[in-house]
Design a protein around this ligand. Structure first.
Ligand SMILES: CC(C)(COP(=O)(O)OP(=O)(O)OC[C@H]1O[C@@H](n2cnc3c(N)ncnc32)[C@H](O)[C@@H]1OP(=O)(O)O)[C@@H](O)C(=O)NCCC(=O)NCCS
Length: 178
């Protein structure tokens, strides 16, 4: 994929491109700089140790980053499940720096990511999202994901309460079986 330059709703311009191994430190820095609010519905902490797991088997990921200047401000990736019984299925995550929320970046990044997933002949994507994360759900639905089920009280929030988690799925190549 060629790098894509995008002008966001806040007037800032970012470049979206595939993650490269030399971006590691910048990605670690972005995750370290996320506010409590940005990871409110996530699974913190996003430490170097956690990220190292992604870096050790990069071939199993389709990973995109968004650069503003020389800082990474967004990361979206698909984990391609290597098990033959999960052939061409994957799990999706996305995290943006809090200064870049709600200005269209998430939508742009996921559009690019889904295009790559289709090019790589992926069949299905799955994600989990806390039911209170309305903005994320809106973005996923805009891109065609459907709510497939609810895991009641599966997420224990920073507010010391349980929250429902939704399972969302997207079939990328409906009808194909190989
Ligand atoms: C979730 C996230 C990836 C979305 O990306 P984003 O760039 O902020 O979203 P966008 O600006 O592309 O789109 C937001 C959409 O949600 C809508 N929206 C915003 N707040 C909303 C709310 N409270 N309820 C419903 N819709 C909402 C916006 O109007 C917009 O829809 P539109 O394009 O139809 O107007 C980003 O906010 C993020 O990284 N959040 C923190 C980490 C996170 O929660 N990740 C997902 C874990 S599953």
């Amino acid at each position: 994929m060629e790098p894509v330059r995008v002008r966001l709703k806040n007037g800032k311009t970012v470049t979206i491109r595939r993650f490269r191994p030399e971006d590691k430190e910048k990605l670690v820095e972005m995750y370290a700089s996320l506010s409590n609010d940005a990871v409110r519905w996530g699974m913190p902490p996003y430490t170097r140790e956690k990220l190292e797991r992604w870096f050790t088997n990069l071939e199993n990921y389709i990973s995109l980053v968004a650069f503003h200047g020389d800082r990474i401000v967004g990361h979206a990736q698909i984990y391609k499940n290597p098990h033959p019984r999960r052939k061409r299925t994957g799990g999706l995550i996305i995290y943006l720096h809090q200064n870049f929320h709600n200005v269209g970046l998430g939508t742009y990044m996921l559009e690019q990511l889904l295009e790559l997933a289709r090019k790589e002949k992926m069949h299905r994507l799955t994600l989990g999202v806390v039911a209170d994360n309305k903005r994320a759900i809106r973005v996923y639905e805009k891109l065609g994901f459907q709510i497939e089920g609810t895991m009641k009280d599966a997420y224990f929030g920073a507010d010391n309460r349980y929250h429902d988690e939704l399972i969302m799925g997207l079939i990328l190549d409906r009808g194909k079986t190989e």
